[in-house]
Design a protein around this ligand. Sequence first.
Ligand code: PLP
Length: 365
Amino acid sequence: MNHTIIPYENLKTLNKPFEDELKQKFSDFLDKGWYILGEEVSLFEKEFGDFHNEKYVVGVANGLDALILSLKCCNFKTGDEVIVPSNTYIATILAILHCGLTPVFVEPDIATYNINPEEIKKALTKRTVAIMLVHLYGQCCDMDAITSIAKENNLKLIEDCAQAHGATFKGQIAGTFGDFSAFSFYPTKNLGALGDAGAIICKSEDDYNTLRQLRNYGSEKKYHNGIVGYNSRLDEIQAAFLRIKLPHLREINAHKKKLASIYHSGLSNDFIKPVINSDFKNVYHIFNIRHQERDRLKDYLLANHIGTEIHYPISPHRQKALKAMNHLNYPISSEIHRTTLSLPCSFAHQTDDIHRVVDVLNKFK
Ligand SMILES: *Cc1c(COP(=O)(O)O)cnc(C)c1O
């Protein structure tokens, strides 16, 4: 019996290859003595923009704020409706609620776990002002269908890209479809900082200028406050760390894809695996499987020293925080949350780890 522990994630191992550069960067940072909105933030915004071939990037404090500030920038009216997938991480929904808007939940496609465009059409009303979509687990939504629905109905399109750094749909990279795209660099994301961090990509210079003010007390010039802003600046040291890791994002994604392909080819058909479609380049932020006896399977893996996670154990509409929605029924979301299990698939894992997980899984009875 092999007792090596395979954790779901290990941030220390994940950042080990960058250790020397990170330490050097911190030392330079201390020497320089400039902590807030300096050169590192500007350069990261430029480089993250180049990665997407986009001009307007605004670094912010975290992924939730990236979503909130994008919505704030649209100047919607209280009670306006925003379409959002019913199975997303709760942050997407919280952003809508914090802006005084009404989230309208739309069920995902059970095969892709992403928002179902046919269901979006049914959810449209006179009050619909935006679609806030989520490229969940690292796979893009069906962007042909969704961009045409947004265009035909004159809706703002906001992409939650927190799980999809570098994912593509028909060759186009996530974060370049919408009016706004929100990124999180939470440490476990495909591009992860060493703390909280986020960014917004937007399409117009006006929105870019508004977002830069919104993140910094509404000020264009020091102590001149044109709008009611926030404090949601991307931390200078996190921007500096992100600049070290950004050039490795493709390598990180390729590594995760290699691990995912071991699962795809090795796992028996007892497990429902993510769909593969050549139009979609999945970056496997999360590699999930589904199984009717998910909880027993999770315990079995743990007994074999393999860590897993559940994304997510409770549907947003069943959370105590969303009391007003607790009576609603989203059977596809509920089915995903009942059966999904996320397997180790990190830059910190080696191919041997994944072969071992596959062997253990295939012996599950
Ligand atoms: C991580 C995540 C967020 C929130 O990002 P933070 O940086 O933690 O605020 C939002 N949406 C999705 C889908 C996420 O996975």
